[in-house]
Design a protein. Structure first.
Length: 147
């Protein structure tokens, strides 16, 4: 077997293993501990600044309009999707030798440790990093005047 044949066999084997890992990642969903280039959970930081929570999520390669964020009760849900080359390229327009950029989607649920003020939320995206600031709710209850 020549060196070129063994290199091609290795690349074929590597591509097959990579596809199997991607399939496993999609099958087990974002809650899985399997992380891959396709699907999964983006890394995040959650900071308590006293009067607000700040969530910072890495979403490299995703545009602002590809990201959605929803807030329910005390849970922030972030999802991002992008189309790969195969969805945007027209048949025969390019002569690809190797194609790895595929449709990708990631999502993350963050349960916040305290009640939040749903009217005090801001979000901004800068260089693939989403930052969401969520104000804390005033403590429930009212003072009781004693006569």
């Amino acid at each position: 077997m020549s060196r070129d044949e063994s290199t091609t066999d290795f690349e074929t084997w590597f591509d097959r293993i990579n596809r199997q890992l991607e399939q496993a990642s999609r099958q087990f969903g974002p809650a899985s501990s399997i992380r891959s280039a396709v699907g999964g959970q983006p890394d995040l930081d959650l900071v308590d600044r006293g009067d607000e929570f700040v969530v910072t999520i890495d979403l490299p390669g995703y545009t602002n309009d590809a990201v959605t964020a929803k807030l329910t009760d005390r849970t922030l849900f972030v999802e991002a999707q992008r189309e790969g080359v195969e969805e945007t390229a027209t048949e025969g327009a390019e002569d690809y030798i190797h194609m790895e950029r595929r449709h990708e989607s990631v999502s993350r649920r963050i349960r916040l440790p305290e009640a939040i003020d749903r009217d005090d939320v801001t979000a901004r995206m800068n260089n693939g990093v989403l930052t969401v600031s969520i104000g804390k709710a005033e403590p429930a209850g009212a003072a009781i005047e004693i006569e």
